[in-house]
Design a protein around this ligand. Structure first.
Ligand SMILES: [Zn+2]
Length: 412
């Protein structure tokens, strides 16, 4: 129903524009170059016939596809981000198109022997015979999340060209800076005015997510006392050893490398220290709110214990919540997940419903009053040179958007 060539052309027109975001920038968007794609997208939305197309001073884009039915239908939204990860360069992306993938190694860059291999990336096996878009081995691809944008624009275009498909009012939102955790920060939920929305920002075909981590960051500071090592007996306090005690007191197996599914963790990701002072940086993650709170408490308790053991304020901790599990916001409106699931099944896609071991813009938006599960956009191996996306998955995601619109209008 949707032409492959058309999707490929549109997708390539997006990924060849560098939109890498920058966590060290204070501005929104964090990089000026994000405007290059943002302005193009606003124009494109107008040109396909979308209405109320706006782009604000922070580069947030919104647009409307008006309802084509007389009865009341909830307003639904579809959201994607146009920035790419700061983890890997997104400049001069040169996509390669692998037609009728033969299931074997894909050489991305011959000279440096950079190979995308199904022996290592086993997901590739399921795409045998399909059309893959890969990188040339020197950049990321940007399917995260330009595949999502391509699918939303293509779905809107399709609905505009096929008025026989009945749907309610649909809102579209494209954001900057998702990759640095700020995509939702300046998103005007009131202006968007949808009853609920979906981020098109998942990975493989079938993914449907409405649970994510509760997340916090902790900074532990240990204050020591530096004295000449030759004359230090009874005087020196070596903050490095106390920090080590702290580290060893947390369960070694409750760490990212030992956990999966619904298992939470403490993740020590940065240590910086000398005798005088040592700083430990942790992130704390758990899907379960009670367990999440308990993890934070464990760290505070440990801090207090070490202080009383040393008889002084030798160690301090600062914990900041980062985001919460959207499940709490989604469960009261579970029909929005059910509609997406039904849409997939009607399109012969097997829904893969699993908890996200991370956060999404949708989790922040859900707490801002816009319930927002996440749907696959089709790509794999995000944030690096091995990123790829099957065109067939992008077409399916486009169809899922159209089908959700159709099912929502049918509900009453
Ligand atoms: Zn993304």
């Amino acid at each position: 129903m949707i032409s492959k060539e058309h999707i490929i052309k549109r997708f390539i027109s997006y990924v060849t524009i560098d939109t890498q975001s920058d966590p060290n920038s204070e501005t929104t968007p964090s990089t000026k170059k994000q405007w290059d794609l943002a302005n193009k997208l606003a124009e494109e939305l107008k040109s396909i016939g979308m209405q109320e197309v706006t782009i604000d001073e922070n580069a947030y884009i919104m647009a409307t596809l008006p309802s084509n039915v007389k009865h009341e239908v909830p307003v639904i939204g579809f959201i994607s981000h146009f920035d790419t990860s700061p983890d890997f360069t997104g400049a001069n992306v040169k996509p390669q198109i692998i037609d009728k993938y033969n299931g074997k190694n894909i050489v991305l860059k011959k000279k440096e022997n950079i190979v995308l291999s199904p022996d290592y990336f086993e997901d590739l096996h399921q795409y045998k015979g399909q059309t893959l878009i890969t990188t040339d081995g020197t950049t990321l691809l940007g399917a995260d999340d330009k595949a999502g944008i391509c699918e939303i624009v293509s779905a809107m275009e399709y609905l505009i060209n096929h008025p026989e498909i009945k749907h309610g009012k649909i809102r579209v939102g494209f954001t900057p800076d998702e990759e640095i955790g700020r995509g939702a920060h300046k998103f005007d939920v009131n202006k968007f005015g949808a009853d609920w929305a979906y981020t098109m920002d998942g990975s493989q075909i079938g993914e449907l997510e409405y649970e994510n981590f509760n997340a916090a960051g902790a900074v532990v500071t240990v204050k020591g006392k530096s004295v000449h090592p030759g004359y230090a007996k009874g005087k020196m306090i070596n903050s490095l050893y106390i920090a080590q005690e702290f580290i060893n007191s947390l369960p070694r197996i409750e760490t990212p490398e030992h956990t999966e599914g619904y298992q939470g963790f403490f993740h020590l990701h940065d240590v910086n220290g000398n005798v005088e002072q040592t700083m430990l940086k942790y992130i704390i993650r758990d899907h379960d709110k009670k367990h999440f709170e308990a993890r934070k408490e464990v760290m505070v308790k440990l801090t207090n214990e070490l202080n009383s053991q040393y008889g002084r304020e030798i160690i301090s901790i600062e914990i900041k919540d980062q985001y919460f599990n959207m499940k709490e916001q989604i469960e009261p409106v579970m029909h929005i997940v059910n509609i997406a699931e039904k849409a997939m099944k009607e399109l012969d896609i097997t829904p893969i419903i699993k908890p996200i071991r991370g956060g999404t813009d949708g989790s922040q938006l859900s707490y801002m009053g816009l319930p927002c599960p996440n749907i696959f956009a089709g790509g794999h191996n995000f944030h690096g040179r091995y990123e790829y996306v099957p065109v067939e998955s992008m077409i399916k995601a486009t169809e899922v958007i159209c089908k959700i619109a159709e099912l929502t209008a049918k509900r009453k």
